[in-house]
Design a protein around this ligand. Structure first.
Ligand SMILES: Cc1ncc(COP(=O)(O)O)c(C=O)c1O
Length: 458
């Protein structure tokens, strides 16, 4: 008997024959047809031919509203006219020089003036590199080596940044002192020993864990919204406790604002009034081009100073490249408080509409998030930490996939884990279109869900 998932996959394959053919060719050159784990999903992703504003155009001639925005990096959607102009002019003047440019200084000044915790900064090429360099800076400053990260936190494509990313109940240990769990078989044991895992949104447990490891901890790194676990916002109380405890033990507090810089003006640190020592940046500051940034207190950033006796080494061929600087400056200059309020309002409208769609269809699900960042979870229990979020997505993985494919077939693109972010070029009508698509998708799945996953249906 064909189940709901098989039915939806069949419909998706009929919907996207050109993408299916391209996926077959991709499997020949890429393992599984995939060159970026986060953008891949089964049975295969849609191949995109072009994008403009809030819309993607795929290889089969469909138009999709893009709530993915390259995993939150496109604050103004695709091909934003000012970004296109600046980048076109820059590429004609050369795409990269091993030399400074005034555009680097201008973008740095812009960020420094808007982010409370940043007195000085450096650019790099990705958010992964930004968190890595922030960690190295903290280690050099404190001469300690252990790093505390949050359970379910993601800081990039290297081992430490992914410890305990997937808090599998059988491996995770007790909440008060979670185990350091590798995400795959590539982790050397030393990384697990050097990483202390902290439960998210548990101020009291965090305070105790920090105190018990204080002598060895160089840094505590935290995302103000737990992105990979489905946009779980930190409470202000939790961030404030991390600030207090790290100050008490002279540990460097790093905010990973690679995703959350779009909140507040600019950053969750501004929104919550909690200022870290170092901030890792990425995504929106590149205006759609590859970028990262490390910023923070002058005394810490001085450790990168080339005249230091032993400066923290940071090179990287595309650091501060003029293309990313041009795109980033154009994007940031247009990201003003009015536009931020607009994307936050759209985010709120989307969550309300999605929540109503779950209620109207009698399905246990919810949209959570903050400002322009949202994520669907298939549970009606409140989600405050990684364990609750991960357990729900593990229980309901195939249903999430059906909703994702169903939404794509109705012209709405999101991350496969049902993450949605709004961009400044979106309108209320765009958001309402997505809400109607979810209503329709849930209506379509409801009877099969009642048979196959009755615990999800009221
Ligand atoms: C919170 C966070 N930190 C770091 C990174 C790594 O950034 P990049 O993919 O640019 O290396 C990401 C990427 O999604 C992220 O979400």
């Amino acid at each position: 008997m064909t189940g709901m998932y098989e039915r939806i996959c069949n419909e998706y394959e009929s919907f996207s024959p050109h993408s299916r053919d391209s996926a077959v060719a991709a499997r020949d050159v890429f393992p599984g047809g995939d060159t970026r784990s986060s953008a891949h999903f089964a049975p295969y992703p849609l191949f995109i031919e072009r994008a403009e504003g809030a819309r993607l155009y795929d290889a089969d001639g469909h138009t999709l509203l893009d709530f993915m925005n390259n995993f939150t990096s496109l604050i103004h959607g695709h091909a934003y006219p000012d970004v296109v102009r600046e980048v076109s002019e820059q590429v004609a003047r050369g795409s990269a020089y091993a030399a400074p440019t005034t555009s680097q200084v201008q973008l740095a000044q812009h960020i420094r003036d808007r982010v409370p915790g940043i007195e000085q900064l450096r650019f790099c090429s990705s958010g992964s590199e930004a968190t890595l360099m922030a960690i190295r800076c903290a280690r050099a400053a404190t001469r300690r080596h252990k790093i505390m990260k949050m359970e379910g936190g993601y800081h990039g494509s290297y081992e430490l940044a992914e410890v305990s990313l997937a808090p599998i109940a059988e491996l995770a240990g007790g909440l008060a002192a979670p185990n350091s769990v590798p995400i795959d078989d590539s982790f050397p044991p030393s990384v697990l020993v050097d990483t202390v895992v902290c439960p998210y949104n548990e101020p009291e447990l965090a305070r105790r864990l920090i105190a018990s490891h204080a002598q060895e901890l160089a840094a505590v790194i935290v995302e103000p919204v737990l992105g990979s676990m489905g946009m779980v916002p930190a409470t202000r109380e939790f961030l404030a406790e991390l600030r207090e405890a790290t100050l008490a033990h002279e540990i460097v507090l790093i905010f990973d604002e690679v995703i959350t810089l779009r909140l507040g003006d600019l950053g969750a640190q501004q929104l919550h009034g909690v200022t870290p020592d170092l901030t890792a940046l990425g995504k929106i500051i590149g205006g759609g081009l590859p970028i990262g940034g490390i910023g923070g207190k002058r005394e810490l950033m001085q450790l990168f100073h080339p005249d230091q006796k032993r400066p923290v080494m940071h090179a990287s061929t595309f650091s501060g490249n003029p293309m990313s600087m041009a795109a980033g400056l154009a994007a940031m200059q247009h990201f003003n408080p009015q536009k931020r309020a607009h994307i936050d309002d759209l985010g709120g409208r989307l969550r309300n509409g999605f929540n109503k769609a779950f209620q109207d269809n009698g399905i246990r699900g919810q949209a959570i998030g903050l400002g322009s960042l949202s994520n669907i979870h298939l549970t009606d229990e409140p989600i405050g930490n990684a364990r609750l979020s991960f357990a729900a997505s593990r229980r309901t993985g195939r249903v999430l996939r059906c909703i994702h494919l169903g939404m794509l077939m109705r012209g709405v693109a999101s991350a496969a884990r049902l993450m949605y972010c709004t961009s400044t070029v979106m309108t209320d009508a765009d958001v309402d279109f997505a809400i109607a698509a979810l209503q329709d998708t849930l209506r379509d799945l409801r009877d099969e869900l009642r048979r196959e996953k009755p615990e999800l249906v009221n």
